[in-house]
Design a protein around this ligand. Structure first.
Ligand SMILES: [Zn+2]
Length: 309
């Protein structure tokens, strides 16, 4: 067996590969050991996923919704002590919350300011960013990684197909971008908000209402380009697996009246209901990947890409 990214033999590799990072809540979309070798798996974790998870966009979104990491812990909310440039993390726990210095050497100063304010009866204000502005190159490389992996997932039943995928030069540019990242200035992706962060959906197993976390799927445009779409708490990211251009997706969006490849294309819809003076959004329907494929077939899209699905 060989790795789909570096093409080296991966027979002795031990790690499974999470297509969506484990810390984004992924427990199911996992490639068995060897599809991605230990060395690539390790590289993605250290050089792409960790820096993205530590960046304030994903860190604060995950902290806000208490999305746990591999060890079951959500990150602390990154912010500032108001009136200073001192960075602090707010960690939610059973007692309420605790504040901790981002830089250990500033702990004393932060504690001094806090106790000074408490003594004077002044409130302690904590300011934090809530925006989705991930570092573009890292985000692009994560999306590109997530684009090749579901293709291999669909070939697991056939070792010959998987071998062909490893040898297919079509993917070499994407491989280099993901694994090294030095072959291009940028590989653009699309990002937009497609539903409010607090949107609820039916849990596929328990049927209870849960917050809509992440979803992903591949889809094909009328140009026969294969795109990966990924949604995280209402933010939709889309990347072209075939090359560094998002034009085909922009064109597809116009044809589809702005519909999302992961919502309306799959037969789902967003419904907003007024409840107690506020509005709550629901993702209605059952997210079924097959529905997406049938939809694509109805669009008359045929060819090699279809077989890969
Ligand atoms: Zn590898």
């Amino acid at each position: 067996m060989r790795c789909i990214f570096c093409k080296n033999t991966s027979a002795s590799s031990l790690s499974v590969e999470h297509i969506v990072p484990h810390s984004f809540g992924n427990r199911h979309a996992i490639l068995p050991k060897g599809v991605v070798c230990d060395s690539c798996n390790n590289y993605f974790a250290r050089k792409i996923e960790q820096p993205l998870l530590n960046d304030k966009s994903f860190r604060n979104l995950r902290a806000w919704y208490q999305v746990p990491n591999k060890r079951g812990k959500p990150p602390s909310l990154h912010g500032f002590l108001a009136g200073t440039e001192l960075e602090i993390g707010l960690r939610v726990n059973k007692e309420g919350y605790t504040l901790e210095a981002e830089r250990k050497r500033e702990s004393e100063e932060i504690n001094r300011i806090i106790s000074h304010r408490e003594e004077a009866g002044h409130p302690i204000a904590f300011l934090f960013h809530r925006s989705m502005t991930p570092p573009a190159a890292l985000m692009s490389r994560l999306l590109a990684k997530m684009a090749l992996e579901p293709i291999s997932l669909r070939m697991l039943h056939d070792p010959v197909l998987l071998e062909n995928l490893v040898d297919e030069p079509h993917w070499d540019r994407l491989r280099r971008w993901v694994r090294v990242g030095d072959n291009l200035e940028h590989w653009p992706y699309s990002m937009r908000k497609v539903f409010p962060e607090e949107t609820l959906m039916r849990h596929p197993e328990t049927d209870g209402w849960v917050q809509a976390g992440y979803s992903l799927d591949l889809f094909i445009t009328t140009r026969r380009e294969t795109y990966l779409a990924f949604i995280f708490y209402g933010y939709e990211f889309v990347i072209n697996s075939g090359g560094p251009s998002i034009k085909g997706y922009e064109e597809w969006l116009v044809q589809q009246n702005g519909n999302s490849p992961l919502i309306e294309r799959l037969g789902l819809r967003i419904e907003s209901r007024d409840e107690d003076k506020s509005s709550q959004s629901y993702l209605i329907g059952s997210p079924n990947i097959r529905a997406g494929i049938e939809f694509d077939l109805n669009q008359g899209i045929v060819g090699i890409e279809k077989k890969k699905m």
